[in-house]
Ligand binder design. Structure first.
Ligand code: ATP
Ligand code: MG
Length: 394
């Protein structure tokens, strides 16, 4: 049986003049994401895209991929019939048999884009509805809240489908520019990356590693997390920064209770430099107000002050439980709870300042050659490209 996939883009419809370029990016992303599923021809229509598989293309695998492509509001897998009412009536009960057997109620919606088709939409609905009632006598019609909405669309051919699937929503990755995600091994930052990719940002990532205090397993954990995020965001370039020298310098020169905020300020400075080098115009962190001592308003104020770009914190108003719900959905949770040390847990002060003030920062950082330390950290960066398929050397 011949099938196609119909895509509906959601928010894109609101973008007016930019619509074409947004759609170009969406189609490019879809092409990249479907590359392992065989060849599909893409036909653009008004607020829909039709994907027509070549011989041998894997429609099931393609639908699975499409469920994670941002910019798609909904998609439907459809059977293709000739534009002939008899053919439609024959195919509909066969194609939808499994779905309709499990349903109690249904309705039929017909959409006739091709006005030359000799039946009106109400006529098509009535005919198909009658045929389905005949084929599945247990069904009832419910026009208000049916279990299954059967749709018949008359376009280049006749397309028949059941309930449409909800897409990932959001904006196509890349349509909002690039940003640098600060990724630890924790629960929050992968979720933050996912949320901002959903707003159309292409991701770079930076991870601060402090060997030998942190192990290679901690870095591997970050690779595994990004592999999961990449299932939604597409490819991510990861910059792994050697952070040991900075952490030791902080330990040796800073008042202990300021160590955390000073460390976080270094992360912001180094991330800002890497962002500038890579055409990224914002930083992204997994911070959430009041979750830990370094995430009070005051501490965030001190870290923000040295960031040279806007800092997006999409988790800022979420509870841990809400963040975990997203982490489970994107399959990062089980990886995040692996037990390896992160650089944040190395040299953690017993009593960090919860209300550090910006005025106190120059004294706290007095013994540190900030520029030289940042420069050496940036110079030591290791680069990897991470995709849903895994890790590649650059
Ligand atoms: P997460 O769950 O993301 O680790 P967290 O609640 O543990 O967050 P912190 O340890 O205070 O919070 O870190 C706050 C944010 O700083 C993280 O969400 C992340 O964006 C960034 N960050 C922390 N540690 C690192 C690291 N080693 N490398 C890169 N970014 C980091
Ligand atoms: Mg953490």
């Amino acid at each position: 049986m011949k099938e196609i996939i119909l895509l509906k883009d959601g928010e894109l419809a609101l973008k007016g003049l930019n619509r074409n370029s947004f759609e170009d990016i969406l189609l490019k992303n879809i092409k990249y994401r479907l590359r392992a599923c065989g060849k599909f021809r893409m036909v653009r229509g008004q607020s829909t895209v039709t994907l027509i598989p070549d011989e041998g293309a894997d429609v099931t695998a393609a639908c699975d991929e499409l469920s994670r492509v941002f910019g798609i509001a909904a998609y439907s897998r459809c059977a293709v019939a000739p534009k002939d009412l008899g053919a439609i009536l024959e195919l509909a009960p066969v194609y939808l048999a499994e779905t309709l057997r499990r349903a109690k109620t249904f309705k039929v919606e017909a959409k006739r884009s091709d006005k030359r088709f000799p039946y009106t939409s109400p006529q098509i609905s009535a005919e198909v509805g009658g045929k389905l009632l005949q084929s599945f006598p247990h069904l009832r019609v419910d026009v208000h809240d049916p279990d299954v909405t059967v749709t018949v669309e008359i376009r280049e051919d006749a397309y028949i489908h059941g309930n449409q699937c909800k897409g990932a929503g959001g904006m196509p990755v890349g349509s909002s520019g690039k940003a640098m995600l600060l990724i630890s091994g924790g629960i929050d930052s992968p979720v933050a990356g996912y949320m901002m990719a959903k707003r159309g940002l292409e991701l770079h990532a930076v991870h601060f590693a402090s060997p030998p205090y942190t192990s290679l397993l901690a870095e591997e954990k970050v690779h595994d997390l990004l592999t999961k995020v990449a299932r939604y965001s597409g490819r991510i370039r990861l910059h792994t920064v050697p952070f040991t020298e900075i952490q030791e310098a902080i330990r040796d020169t800073c008042p202990e209770d300021y160590a955390t905020v000073v460390m976080r300020r270094f992360m912001m400075r180094v991330a800002s430099r890497l962002a500038a080098q890579n055409d990224c115009h914002a930083l992204i962190t997994g911070e959430s107000v009041a979750q830990v001592a370094s995430q009070t308003m005051w501490a965030i104020g001190c870290t923000d002050a040295v960031a040279e770009l806007p800092v997006f914190r999409p988790c800022v108003g979420l509870d841990k439980e809400e963040i975990i719900t997203v982490a489970r959905k994107i399959e990062t949770f089980d990886i995040s709870v692996r037990p390896f040390e992160d650089c944040c847990t190395v040299f953690t002060p017993k009593h960090p300042r919860t209300r550090p003030h910006l005025d106190e920062m120059p004294a706290a950082e007095n013994g540190l050659d900030i520029d030289a330390l940042c420069e050496r950290a940036v110079a030591g960066v290791k680069l990897l490209t991470i995709s849903a398929g895994g890790v590649n050397d650059d």
